[in-house]
Design a protein around this ligand. Sequence first.
Ligand code: GLV
Ligand code: GLV
Length: 333
Amino acid sequence: SRPKVWVSQPLFDDIVERLHAHFDVVRVPDVSEHDASAIANALREADGALVTLNERIGSDAIADAPKLRAIANVGVGYNNLDIDALQARDIVATNTPDVLTETTADFGFALMMAAARRVTEAERHLRAGQWHGWNFKGLLGADLHGSTLGILGMGRIGQGIAKRASGFDMRVIYHNRSRLPADVEREFNASYVDFGTLLAQADHLILVLPYSAASHHIVDAAALAKMKPTATLTNIARGGIVDEAALADALSSGRLASAALDVFEGEPTVDPRLLAQGNIVLTPHIGSGSLATRRAMVALAVDNLIAALGAGPDAGHPSSVIAPAADDGKAAK
Ligand code: GLV
Ligand code: GLV
């Protein structure tokens, strides 16, 4: 009988259709919040699955899934997957890097500009009927051009943001677990600094690093206290990188000028203390959300799943494998 695969969310039917040539496919009709037992049930008979960051796949989810051989994550970040647990079971895991880099960098810039120039706050003001003539000193923001951009996490998306910043005449500083080679620093006109210097010097700080135990709440009250009170903070990575309570305090006390968040620690729930702030732009995790890019992500994940399960032209060679980890000890990301 043909291998069985589970597709955890409605994606693009015309692309997901390609799975049907190789597998028996179980799909869900509506966007769903699958809890741990629903995921375990869905995986019980499955040989593979196409999942999104909504689905947490840990040892409990795969404990009773003896046939499971591959998980294709539709997304570049994969903190929803317990890589060690998958590796221990020889389950191949893949993600979707590269195809979303430029789109996500575009959106990071959009959010940062919106925070700096108070775009959504100004729109709320207008829609609320509070615009009573051109207010020369109202809703004043901060410039991007000529300012210092701090990038925390200098992977592909961070580099895409640095590239854009040069067109805005921004000075680019970055911090990363490992420093980039000198020629890459030159290409992006970016200078490496330690984390404290990044916080202290950035007029606009953007977070583009993977979420892990090491980056959990790395932007906490102590970090925020090092930032300029005129600075903006933008997060397009994962919510858990920022201590949201500390951020809400910093915004309400004027310790930080403004923020923009596309990701939240408890998403889709948004901390009411953040919702209560005016000087914050809030979007529902749409960083990679252009139509073309979301389609490309699904296409890549489908190709990866077909290859990982040993079918199709790339049988045995999915293009972006995150588990098993490469034996040089470097993370794939
Ligand atoms: C989205 O957040 C992704 O990781 O692709
Ligand atoms: C991954 O986080 C990337 O920057 O592509």
